[in-house]
Design a protein around this ligand. Structure first.
Ligand code: SAM
Length: 279
């Protein structure tokens, strides 16, 4: 039997086409096949670098079946590169199933260092970088989003999320509601592209900035939340429990008002939180 081949995990640019390493170009040129999330999208990158390696697709919907075919190739001694539409494969992108199956099969997996939006944003956000939590995309549904943020309310490390332009406003509103309007956040937008922008400030100010101009909401975002620093800005769990209990007995408006009075909190924040429980 021939020696097994290698699966290379190859990061590609997140915007600026020049953000690719010499090694990535050489690996992509030399492997037998490149597995890409969207072959048409990746073809443009390959053309730009005059790489003519054959592309096959590997995306969320065919990954387990494709993984088997790729493992067969590797076992026959072929080498394969995995790329995604942008940045590092497996980071909120397909590839986990393939890599874990390769590891289980004892195959060689070699990662190349390269572009990743989360790390790029973190490196220039001005928030602490000694500890950070990468959370990928928050849930879309409001109640699940609120719950996910609530779980992170006392997280002291910087939290890093990916977010789409369609949901960034909603996510900031949820952040104001659950973590308080003063929580420090950073919006890192269009990294490495012409309109790269960082907004750094309180959650409330970031929401206002988004609403200031339609252009502020356009593009791709990394959303960062500063770690929990004290007692002030988080909705206390006892208050959430009281609100829920009262909501079983009285209208939300009143439940929010009573809870706000009892815990000296903002009525509107409790009202918004109560609304999310009903969604
Ligand atoms: N694997 C990629 C990586 O390593 O960064 C991430 C893929 S994930 C499907 C796509 C998300 O990454 C976007 O919705 C956005 O939140 C973030 N992203 C990708 N490129 C970006 C950029 N140039 N600027 C800001 N965020 C970006």
């Amino acid at each position: 039997m021939s020696n097994p081949g290698t699966l290379f995990i190859v990061p590609t640019p997140i915007g600026n086409l020049e953000d690719i390493t010499h090694r990535a170009i050489s690996v992509l040129s030399q492997v037998n096949v490149i597995a890409a999330e969207d072959t048409r999208h990746s073809q443009k990158l390959l053309q730009h670098y005059s790489i003519s390696t054959r592309l096959i697709s590997l995306h969320d919907h065919n990954e387990s079946q494709r993984a088997r075919q790729i493992i067969d190739k590797l076992e026959l001694g072929e080498s394969v590169a995995l790329i995604s539409d942008a940045g590092t494969p497996l980071i909120s992108d397909p590839g986990y199933s393939l890599v874990s199956q390769c590891r289980d099969a004892g195959l060689n997996v070699v990662p190349l260092p390269g572009a990743c939006a989360a790390i790029t944003a973190l490196s220039a956000a001005g928030l602490p970088t000694d500890r950070f939590v990468f959370e990928g995309f928050l849930p879309v549904k409001q109640q699940a989003k609120h719950q996910a943020l609530d779980k992170l309310a006392r997280e002291t490390a910087t939290c890093v999320f990916y977010e789409s332009p369609r949901r960034i406003e909603d996510t900031l509103q949820a952040t104001v509601t659950v973590l308080g309007e003063d929580r420090r956040v950073v919006l890192a937008k269009e990294l490495s592209k012409t309109f790269e922008t960082f907004f750094c400030g309180s959650a409330q100010d970031a929401l206002a900035w988004l609403n200031e101009d339609d252009n502020h909401r356009r593009g791709e975002f990394v959303f960062l939340i500063g770690g929990y620093e004290g007692e002030g800005d988080v909705m206390p769990e006892e208050a959430i429990r009281l609100l829920k209990t009262l909501m079983e007995e009285m209208p939300l408006k009143k439940a929010a008002a009573v809870t706000a009075k009892h815990y000296e909190l903002k009525k509107n924040a409790l009202y918004q939180l109560g609304l999310s429980f009903n969604e």
